[in-house]
Design a protein around this ligand. Structure first.
Ligand code: HEC
Length: 107
């Protein structure tokens, strides 16, 4: 697996968990994603929209910007925005954010 990553540059990640296998929190996060993220980010295919696809976002070591793919870094991006990405913090409470991160981890 590690060797495959080295050879393939870790570009291919396992596919997102099918929606019917998500737990209650992940499913709520999917709802938050539909409401706030899906217009700019694909979550079921690799093609970019306004922003990069979220497929495999936590399965890779780095975010598209090159920052580490950690909960802290992704939360900060969501709350404060980044370049052309508007801040989403005023639309989400802590529960929404937790659920959203749980969903992003299934992608
Ligand atoms: C209006 C469009 C828009 C919306 C809505 C939006 N984003 Fe983004 N997002 C972008 C763009 C554009 C970028 C690329 C920013 C850059 O790095 O220049 C981006 C980048 C990102 C990144 C990568 C950051 C990095 O360091 O590379 C993550 C993660 C992300 N968005 C998650 C989300 C999540 C989760 C939501 C929903 C809460 C969301 N975005 C909503 C446009 C959007």
């Amino acid at each position: 697996m590690v060797l495959a990553c080295v050879l393939a540059g870790c570009k291919s990640t396992p596919p997102p968990t099918p929606l019917n296998l998500l737990n209650a929190q992940q499913m709520r996060g999917h709802g938050v994603y539909q409401a706030h993220c899906v217009i700019c980010h694909n979550d079921r295919k690799d093609a970019p929209l306004n922003g990069p696809s979220m497929v495999g976002v936590f399965k890779r070591q780095y975010l598209p910007s090159g920052a580490a793919a950690t909960d802290e870094r992704v939360s900060a991006t969501i709350l404060h925005g980044r370049n052309m990405m508007p801040a989403q913090g005023n639309m989400l409470d802590q529960q929404d954010l937790d659920d959203l991160l749980a969903y992003l981890h299934t992608l």
